[in-house]
Design a protein around this ligand. Structure first.
Ligand SMILES: [Zn+2]
Ligand SMILES: [Zn+2]
Length: 329
């Protein structure tokens, strides 16, 4: 019997009777982070990193039964020892280490290696078997540094402002929105956020996990000229504003690295900013884990596993319920 196996409910540890990021309702769920493809509603007990607790309550419901743990803290369930470790993906995100009778597995969840100065940076954990995501597991995906991309966004915004246009950036409400809001040059102009981003930030601010406040988007506002608006997607509020103000739109996502994706989305500009590891980051994470066996999931699993096999590693794939493209990754 494997320590972790891929079941119809999701990744399962039979000895402990616990699931990791299950996609069907279960009794006990260990959650890597608050994104909706990992943290689903309906489980009886949730366990996650302490910083993820307010995010799960905001997104799933105040009344869920959830317990938070610090990084490295041991959770013993039927002789299995579980612990959370930084994944550097978004606030509250964690890798999960599973140890039983000397055998160690690590489930990365989503992760990136660059320190975004918003969440706790990724830490490599040694293990025998690594289960890694592979959202951007093709060699075409190579990220520039966060500083470089933030500079590009500042320049684009300043130019739009000079042209009396509103700058709209589509960015995920948990992750990208906090990075952009924290690092952009606030001297350029006013920054507004769509409700979902505003509410996420407020929950994080209330729990001392984030500092940068911003205003909600009010279509009546007089200060929209030259402003920047953060939103997870286009909305009726934005449509209304666009009737009265010229607007330039952009998307911040790793998918912006490929030109077709930009063209398909009818946006003016793409910023290649991702909360996931690029190709080199994935390889670095695999190498530094010193795992002898790698199970690839959640993305380009076949391509990435094939490459790892060519490097002489024992590599396999798990299919997941995460079908379709997480477009703002
Ligand atoms: Zn995620
Ligand atoms: Zn994910």
């Amino acid at each position: 019997m494997e320590l972790l196996s891929n079941t119809k409910n999701g990744l399962y540890c039979e000895v402990a009777d616990v699931y990791i990021d299950p996609w069907r309702k279960v009794d006990k769920a260990l959650i890597t982070h608050g994104h909706s493809d990992h943290a689903r509603p309906g489980h009886k007990h949730y366990m996650c990193h302490v910083n993820c607790v307010p995010i799960l309550k905001l997104r799933i419901g105040k009344k869920i039964n959830v317990r938070g743990f610090n990084f490295g803290e041991s959770i013993h369930i039927n002789e299995v020892r579980f612990s959370f470790h930084p994944a550097g993906h978004v606030i509250g995100s964690a890798q999960i280490r599973v140890e039983y009778k000397g055998e160690v597995w690590v489930v990365t969840g989503d992760y990136k290696l660059e320190n975004d100065q918003v969440c706790t940076p990724f830490e490599s954990i040694k293990c025998h078997t690594l289960i890694t995501e592979s959202t951007f597991g093709l060699p075409i995906y190579k990220w520039a540094t966060q500083d470089t991309i933030i500079q590009q966004i500042n320049q684009w915004w300043a130019q739009n402002k000079a042209d009396h246009k509103i700058s709209v950036i589509y960015a995920y409400s948990l992750g990208k929105a906090q990075r952009i809001l924290k690092h952009l040059s606030h001297d350029i102009g006013n920054i507004y956020a769509d409700n979902s981003i505003y509410n996420t930030n407020n929950a994080l601010i209330q729990h001392g996990l984030y500092k940068r406040a911003c205003q909600t988007l009010n279509p009546e506002s007089k200060d929209l000229d030259g402003a920047l608006v953060l939103s997870p997607q286009s909305s009726s509020a934005l449509n209304n504003i666009s009737k009265h103000h010229p607007m330039s739109t952009a998307m911040a996502s790793g998918w912006m690295a490929t030109r077709n994706k930009r063209r398909n989305r009818l946006i003016d500009k793409g910023f290649v900013l991702s909360d996931h590891a690029d190709w080199d980051g994935l390889l670095e994470a695999v190498r530094s884990s010193e795992a002898e066996r790698v199970i690839v999931t959640h993305g380009y699993q076949s391509a990435f596993a094939r490459y790892l096999s060519e490097l002489g590693l024992r590599a396999e794939t798990y299919d997941t319920a995460f079908k379709g493209e997480p477009s703002l990754s």
